[in-house]
Design a protein around this ligand. Structure first.
Ligand SMILES: Cc1cc2nc3c(=O)[nH]c(=O)nc-3n(C[C@H](O)[C@H](O)[C@H](O)COP(=O)(O)OP(=O)(O)OC[C@H]3O[C@@H](n4cnc5c(N)ncnc54)[C@H](O)[C@@H]3O)c2cc1C
Length: 417
């Protein structure tokens, strides 16, 4: 059971939380504890039984489970206790959280809290897909749980699948279905093209085009799910022609469309960002609540695991600095996006925690796009991108931060049309 006090409490034992814990120990912070609601540490990679993890943080190319095991081993070697089956359920004071575990309910108070609770895919219900409610509808996450945690194989999952989405995680769904020998009829995306670019496009050629011969159908949408007890098919509406066709399948996998696991953050009253739907943070992972930091996919939905781990590592430095008596910054200027941009992170610009760069995503494909930062109507920065790609994060420089007027008007990120 979690102790009553700790210097640092980390909520979430995924790559971000574990990497932060290891780094905090390396920096000499003595009393760090990690809690996770799952029975094992490791986060999402535990159930991603394919290669593609660890390049930038561990300088290795590992499968998801190997990557999770390696972090688990490193955190054990660092001497950080990880409390599994332990869910943080609410806040009882500024940095005092309640939890539930097999040993009972409890409360823990920490000088600093790192929220690293990750993200999840939006399920069918939240996407408002019409039709009946039969069995056989998954997200990639739930599919991988059925396949690799409960080992249900094709008998437990289905016989013919449609994947909704054509981005990196959709390839992960394709790999999972292929590994349990379920043929995939097609991948469907509402966008005009799949969202797989260098270095992932060869993966699409190999997996979808060559090995499994899975067509990608662009500009199409699942407009009805048909079936009584079990999915029997879907109706697919082609968005340009309005044509509706029926596809026979007994499995539908909704992929991507991420939503941060922000419940703990919300319960703590943290300011949330309307674009990312995660907590607002500045360049040093400070949230709006003193002593509470956030890192990893909670901040804005899924990046790769190594990115989340590197964020956890960087957050550890700022946590250590705070514990050494550093100040908590005044809440800085808010940076908001305007359509067709989807979000930007960090989304708070604080003079004492500047960011060297910012990540952002767009909702529309654009060529030769000028992305600009304004304070009110004053132009602070322009950066040209050859392509804006949907479902792919892009980065712009933070060199303009010094020119923003503290206490001035809010900042906005726009595309010059
Ligand atoms: C299907 C799929 C395939 C992927 N493939 C790749 C790939 O090939 N390569 C790659 O680099 N990345 C891949 N990723 C992305 C990668 O898994 C994530 O970027 C990474 O896991 C994010 O780490 P995180 O620590 O932010 O969150 P997570 O790994 O999601 O960990 C968050 C943890 O927080 C815990 N938690 C949440 N709320 C609470 C609470 N209230 N109390 C206690 N615990 C809580 C959760 O149980 C979870 O263990 C894939 C992701 C998916 C979904």
């Amino acid at each position: 059971m979690l102790p009553e006090h700790a210097e640092v409490l980390i909520v979430g034992a995924g790559p971000a939380g574990l990497a932060a814990a290891i780094e905090l120990k390396r920096l000499g912070v003595g009393d760090v504890v990690v809690a996770d609601r799952e029975p094992e540490a490791g986060g999402i990679p535990r159930l991603c039984h394919h290669i593609g993890f660890g390049l930038r943080d561990l300088r290795l190319l590992l499968s998801g489970p190997d990557y999770a095991r390696r972090y688990h081993r490193l955190v054990q070697e660092a001497g950080v206790p990880v409390y599994t089956n332990t869910t943080l359920t609410g806040w009882q004071g500024p940095n005092r959280l309640s939890f539930t575990s097999p040993q009972g309910l409890g409360e823990i108070e920490a000088r600093a809290v790192l929220l690293a609770t990750g993200c999840r895919e939006r399920p069918r219900s939240a996407r408002l897909v019409p039709g009946s409610r039969p069995a056989g509808v998954f997200t990639t996450g739930s599919l991988q749980r059925f396949a690799h945690e409960h080992h249900l194989g094709s008998a437990g999952v289905g016989r013919r699948a449609v994947i909704v989405g054509a981005e990196l995680v959709s390839l992960s769904a394709l790999m999972t279905l292929t590994s349990i020998k379920i043929p995939v009829a097609m991948m469907v995306t509402e966008l005009p093209e799949p969202q797989l670019y260098f270095p992932y496009r060869p993966m699409k050629w190999l997996l979808a085009d060559l090995l499994t011969r899975t067509p990608v159908v662009p500009r199409a949408k699942v407009s009805n799910i048909i079936g009584y007890k079990r999915v029997e098919g879907i109706e697919l509406t082609h968005l340009d022609s309005g044509r509706i066709e029926r596809i026979d399948c007994d499995t539908v996998v909704f992929t991507g469309d991420w939503i941060p696991e922000h419940e703990t953050a919300r319960l703590g009253g943290l300011e949330m960002d309307p674009g990312t739907r995660g907590p607002q943070i500045d360049g040093a992972f400070h949230t709006s609540k003193r002593g509470v930091f956030a890192a990893g996919n909670l901040l804005r939905g899924a990046e790769t695991a190594d990115w989340a781990a590197l964020e956890g590592r960087r957050a550890a430095h700022h946590i250590a600095q705070f514990l050494r008596g550093g100040q908590w910054p005044e809440h800085g200027l808010s940076l908001q996006v305007e359509p067709p941009l989807a979000w930007v992170s960090p989304n708070i610009v604080a003079a004492d925690s500047p960011s060297s760069s910012f990540l952002f995503r767009a909702r529309e494909f654009r060529r030769e796009a000028q992305v600009q930062v304004y304070q009110g109507e004053r132009l602070l920065h322009t950066q040209t991108f050859r392509h804006l790609i949907v479902n792919e994060s892009m980065r712009f420089s933070g060199e303009w931060v010094k020119d923003a007027q503290p206490g001035g008007e809010a900042l906005s990120l726009r595309v010059n049309l």
